[in-house]
Structures are given as structure tokens and as C-alpha cells.
Unconditional design. Structure first.
Length: 100
């Protein structure tokens, strides 16, 4: 696994490698707004994870998921440590937690 010093560095490096789409966690899967694509737990793989902590505040921590879908779409998803909220599909949460 690659080692990135900052979240910005990671996003730039991964984009250069083809991980160009941004995903967001929604109640029933992951959503890529740019492609208007929703994928369920069975339709994506977490290839890598990277953790980043804020310089001045440990509460400013984030996790970067490097993802690929079964249809070949490659992208990333950024989340704060453990801040899942709302009614998220348990299979999605389980897949993300296993990757951690």
C-alpha cells in the first residue's frame, strides 16, 4: 500500500492512477453524483484505506477509501472516523468496517 503524507496528496496521486470519481455514503450504498451511479455492497471493492489526522486537532481525522466497482469505475470516498449516521444499509457498513 502506498504511503501519503496528506489527504490532498493522496487524492492527487490516486486521480493520476485513474481513481477519478468521488463517492458518498448513502442509506442504500455508495453514490457517485458525477455518473449518477449507486452501487450496493456487492458491487464495490475497497482496495485500500488511508487514515489522516489533523495537524492541530486529532478530531480533524479522516479516512480515505480507494474503491472500484464491479463495472470498472474507480474512485474514492472520504469519511470522518466512525461518523456513520442515519439509516445506512448494514451490509455497506460491514464492508467498510472490515476494510478498516
Amino acid at each position: 500500500m502506498r504511503d501519503f503524507d496528506t489527504l490532498v496528496e493522496a487524492l492527487q496521486g490516486l486521480k493520476a492512477e485513474g481513481y477519478q470519481y468521488d463517492f458518498n455514503l448513502i442509506s442504500d450504498g455508495l453514490h457517485c453524483k458525477e455518473l449518477d451511479l449507486i452501487v450496493g455492497a456487492e458491487d464495490f471493492t475497497v482496495e485500500e484505506i488511508h487514515r489522516f489526522e489533523g495537524d492541530s486537532n486529532p478530531d480533524d481525522s479522516s479516512i480515505l477509501y480507494v474503491l472500484s466497482t464491479s463495472s470498472g469505475v474507480k474512485g474514492t470516498m472520504i469519511d470522518a472516523y466512525g461518523t456513520y449516521s442515519g439509516a445506512i444499509d448494514p451490509s455497506i457498513l460491514a464492508k467498510l468496517k472490515v476494510a478498516r
